[in-house]
Design a binder for this molecule. Structure first.
Ligand code: ARG
Length: 463
């Protein structure tokens, strides 16, 4: 490290008397140091644009690039301690560069502002992070898909109103979540596109006094286009909202899935045993295994959903252009990313390792008359009875079975015929739980042939 430089030149303030409390209050370095890589990339790109304009020489550019790379390196090795006096990541990096390479560093802020700098850094971070979340969503999807593949023959009752409704395969149920998470991938794609606009050249708000090469800047930073309006450039945080909304959507699906698995793991259902690595015991009741992992996902998913509200509270009603209010955006998006990544990692592992009960579903379907709809359809299809009439007949039969504590399969043909004389022995085919699945005709149904098609489709998609 070179000897200490006079850094009065790097102060952002014409007011010399900032209180130490204000320094503490104003500083964002504890949060935004996370943008160091993006910030350094953005500065390097900007310096290249200045080099093209001959504001900075080739040699100086090289020195700046090297100095910045060293700062990043040292930071990653834990050798740099940022200071709150230097406010944020942008000023800290500039300060350390000055310390390291001397007065050449005083040129890097030519023709830009922290306003376009921070917006560009944050856009790069958001693009990267949305892609990271997409990867994690795909990982969860693979865990679900593996279980769906294993459980094509496992029958469980499907519910509406939390009442046993009709038999389905566990596979079909799990595949519904793959549809949801696939939509989330699209949502994140949209948020990546939203972040994919380069703000550099906007400077403070009016644009830069230097003809910075937009193509060069975009190419260096991987943006596909530049902002059309500098004022929109420095104040637009919609891309953060898109990111948070995408996280919200995924957390809605995670919350739904965790709720369902918690329910299934209850002794009342018993379809699902959360792996011992992801459940905990009770401090007093020795027999208990609690699905804490899933309960935490459910709760964190709710917190994640509140993040988009937090940011929209900050950015709503602000006139153009930049305000320090925006500094608070980063904690929100970082927290949201961290919590969602954690939840996705845990969910993937829970599903991969846990056990779905293969046996319990058929019995539940039988004792709860889950094929009653099939019986009503039997009278329509084979006996040409209008559906509303057949519905009534089967409702009476179910009542009879309930009164006599019988399953439908235990009712004799004679007893059936006392409700409808056209009923023949074929009715037993319609009581059969397994056959109920195969009878489904539509392509989105739980018919095992359709389900296996969807499994193949997702296997291809996730390969
Ligand atoms: N730390 C600031 C932020 O995150 C950087 C931009 C500061 N701009 C300014 N005009 N004070 O928003």
């Amino acid at each position: 490290m070179t000897k200490k430089k006079n850094n009065k030149l790097l102060s952002t303030s014409i007011n010399k008397k900032v209180s130490s409390l204000m320094d503490e209050f104003n500083s964002s370095i504890d949060i935004d140091q996370r943008l160091i890589e993006e910030d350094i990339l953005v500065t390097q790109a900007h310096v290249s644009a200045l080099e093209k304009l001959k504001i900075i020489s080739k040699l100086e550019t090289k020195k700046i690039y090297q100095g910045l790379n060293e700062i990043l390196n040292d930071y990653q090795k834990g050798k740099i301690k940022f200071s709150k006096k230097n406010e944020d990541i942008h000023m800290n990096v500039e300060y350390f560069l000055h310390q390291r390479i001397g007065d050449v560093a005083l040129k890097i802020h030519t023709g830009r502002s922290r306003n376009d700098q921070v917006a560009t850094d944050t856009r790069l971070w958001t693009k990267k992070s949305a892609k990271e979340i997409q990867k994690l969503i795909k990982m969860v999807m693979r865990s679900i898909l593996n279980q769906a593949n294993k459980h094509q023959e496992t029958i469980i009752p499907g519910f509406t109103h939390l009442q046993i409704a009709q038999p389905i395969s566990l596979s079909h149920h799990l595949l519904a979540y793959l549809e949801m998470f696939k939509r989330d991938l699209d949502y994140f794609e949209f948020s990546i596109q939203g972040a994919d606009e380069n703000v550099l050249g906007s400077a403070a708000l009016a644009g830069s006094n230097y003809q910075l090469d937009q193509n060069l800047l975009n190419k260096k930073l991987g943006f596909s286009k530049s902002k059309q309006n500098s004022m929109d450039g420095v104040s637009d945080r919609d891309f953060c909202m898109y990111f948070l909304h995408s996280c919200s959507m995924t957390s809605i699906h995670l919350g739904k899935l965790s709720s369902e698995l918690i329910l299934w793991s209850s002794n009342l259902a018993g379809f699902f045993n959360v792996h011992s690595e992801y459940s905990t015991g009770s401090s007093i009741m020795p027999q208990k295994r609690n699905p804490d992992s899933l309960e935490l996902i459910r709760s964190k998913a709710n917190i994640i959903r509140s993040k988009s509200q937090e940011l929209s509270n900050i950015i709503s009603n602000l006139p153009l252009t930049y305000f320090k209010d925006f500094q608070e955006d980063k904690k929100i998006i970082f927290d949201c990313f961290d919590e969602l990544s954690l939840c996705l990692n845990v969910m993937s592992d829970v599903i991969r390792k846990s056990h779905f009960n293969k046996k319990i579903g058929v019995e539940l379907c039988e004792t709860n008359f889950a094929t009653a709809t099939d019986l009503a359809d039997y009278l329509v299809i084979e006996k040409n009875i209008p559906f509303r009439k057949s519905y009534k007949t089967i409702a009476d039969i179910v009542q009879f079975a309930l009164n006599n504590k019988m399953k439908l399969s235990e009712i004799s043909l004679k007893e059936f015929q006392s409700f409808e004389k056209l009923i023949d022995s074929n009715i037993y085919q319609y009581i059969d739980i397994k056959k109920s699945l195969a009878r489904k005709k539509t392509n989105m149904s739980t018919n095992p042939k359709e389900v296996s098609k969807k499994i193949r489709k997702f296997q291809k998609f996730l390969k």
